[in-house]
Design a protein around this ligand. Structure first.
Ligand code: FRU
Length: 482
């Protein structure tokens, strides 16, 4: 069978072969989730960018589709979004069809080589057959570069109160908002963020959407990916909570927050047209080493799709993430343990039936004390995922996780703050052959981490420094989606 190479993700999307980076153009339409992605079919390293394409009806099982967009005379096809043009504002739907429209960045390498500043422009492509085939708009580009070296990754949404499209664009060290009646003519509305948020690198791949809190109040969330400058080095996804009035975004405060504190979630944005549910997907890698990770014949995978929600902790609004509920379609029969006493270390391999295959592990401890889970193999390699009570931090340690020499700094111990005020700890882990995603305290603290052991991790132990009661432990083996 396919998808059996060493390290090949079993429950995460990855291309059959060759290079992938950012998720692009994610849109839900007529029962299908479309996932496009930055793709170079010519090699296992970054190169002339195309939009690869896959579709799914459940966000878990993916069908590979033909490449949707090829580079052309205007340049490589960089990141962007897709919308359902329900009112046919573009006029592309000449035969009464509803056009799907992709809005992406043309990256002009000739202009870059000529040392010009204006080498990135925004362009359109449309599909009149529900996303199967795509035609580039003859009037491209639709938004020309005003002389800003980083001018890319348009995320477009329909702003119903003013009947117009809003484009959220990454413009070097800030976000620029543009509006349009028809996706073809754009007017600048405002800028955000020059003096706010993290600025250790270039702002990339933004997203703007609403989330409703538990009292039914609507808030706006602005996602801004950043590379480098993430909390654990390299690439990461920050966000702001605030309001948007069709012209400008106003944050509620000046704090920097991250959707995922681990090193391996980047370029994450959300699906268009999914109603009140906000589904987020990130690229499961980091520009620090993405081009040299030891996998073949492909490089990179996506995270598990995640539902975003807004939670308030000590007057502060936080975006929480959880694996989509559709994960149940790949879940096998769970093993449940209750009132498990841990003294220093407890091997769970036999009792849970850990076998090196993907699983989900949900754990509830009565107290917020030191606690960790250790994945390991016979070669003495391990990954440790835990909570450190003294520093109030979650951590993932991949210092001895197997192949680590392909890039200096890959091996490391990474941390995330704990925000929850709850007395006990709740962990939800999604473990695949070469990745772990930690959703702690109902997704308030999230970390994603990749690793490359020489043999599968087919052992699991839990460790605690003080005596601890695990109120509940649920181990759910997961079926391969390939
Ligand atoms: C983010 C990014 C985007 C760009 C694309 C190029 O990872 O650098 O800003 O559009 O990748 O592949």
């Amino acid at each position: 069978s396919t998808y059996q190479e060493p390290h090949r993700p079993q429950i995460h999307f990855s291309p059959k072969e060759k290079w992938m980076n950012d998720p692009n153009g994610m849109v839900y339409y007529k029962g299908a989730y479309h996932l496009f992605y930055q793709y170079y079919p010519g090699a296992m390293v970054w190169g002339p960018m195309h939009w690869g394409h896959a579709t799914s009806t459940d966000l878990m099982h993916w069908q590979h589709q033909p490449v949707a967009l090829y580079p052309d005379s205007l340049g490589y096809i960089f990141s962007g979004s897709a919308v359902v043009d329900e009112h046919n504002t573009t006029g592309f739907g000449t035969g009464g069809q509803t056009p799907l429209v992709a809005i992406f960045t043309h990256h002009d390498t000739a202009a870059l080589r000529a040392k010009r500043n204006d080498y990135q422009h925004q362009s359109l492509a449309y599909s009149l057959d529900d996303g199967k085939t795509w035609t580039k708009y003859a009037g491209n580009p639709v938004l020309k570069n005003p002389g800003i070296t980083d001018f890319r990754d348009p995320k477009v949404m329909w702003y119903e109160p003013q009947h117009k499209w809003i484009m959220t664009l990454a413009t070097k060290d800030c976000i620029s908002f543009f509006s349009s009646p028809n996706l073809k003519e754009w007017a600048k509305e405002s800028e955000f963020g020059k003096a706010l948020g993290a600025h250790g690198g270039v702002w990339e791949c933004p997203d703007l959407f609403t989330l409703t809190d538990e009292h039914g109040k609507q808030h706006w969330v602005l996602i801004v990916n950043l590379n480098p400058g993430g909390p654990n080095g390299g690439s990461a996804t920050q966000y702001f909570v605030g309001s948007f009035n069709g012209h400008q975004f106003t944050p509620v405060d000046t704090r920097t927050r991250w959707i995922d504190y681990g090193p391996d979630e980047y370029a994450g944005v959300t699906w268009s047209n999914t109603g009140s549910e906000r589904i987020f997907l990130g690229w499961m890698s980091n520009w620090n080493y993405a081009n040299v990770v030891p996998t073949s014949p492909w490089r990179s995978a996506m995270t598990i799709p995640r539902v975003l929600s807004l939670k308030q902790v000590k007057q502060e609004w936080l975006v929480a993430s959880a694996p989509v509920s559709a994960m149940h379609v790949i879940e096998k029969k769970p093993v449940v343990k209750t009132q498990l006493a841990v003294h220093s270390s407890l091997d769970l391999t036999q009792s849970l039936g850990i076998d090196g295959q993907p699983f989900r592990l949900q754990l509830e401890a009565d107290k917020a004390e030191d606690l960790s889970l250790v994945l390991s193999n016979e070669a003495g390699e391990q990954v440790e995922i835990g909570y450190d009570a003294l520093s109030h931090q979650y951590y993932i340690d991949r210092l001895r996780s197997g192949e680590i020499d392909f890039k200096k700094g890959f091996a490391g111990r990474h941390t995330a703050p704990r925000f929850s005020q709850a007395a006990g700890i709740k962990l939800d882990l999604v473990v695949d052959r070469s990745s772990v995603e930690l959703f702690a305290d109902g997704g308030l603290s999230v970390m994603t981490e990749i690793f490359f052991p020489h043999q599968p991790f087919h052992r699991l132990a839990v460790k605690a420094s003080k005596d601890l009661i695990i109120k509940k432990l649920v181990h759910t083996p997961l079926k391969s989606t390939w």
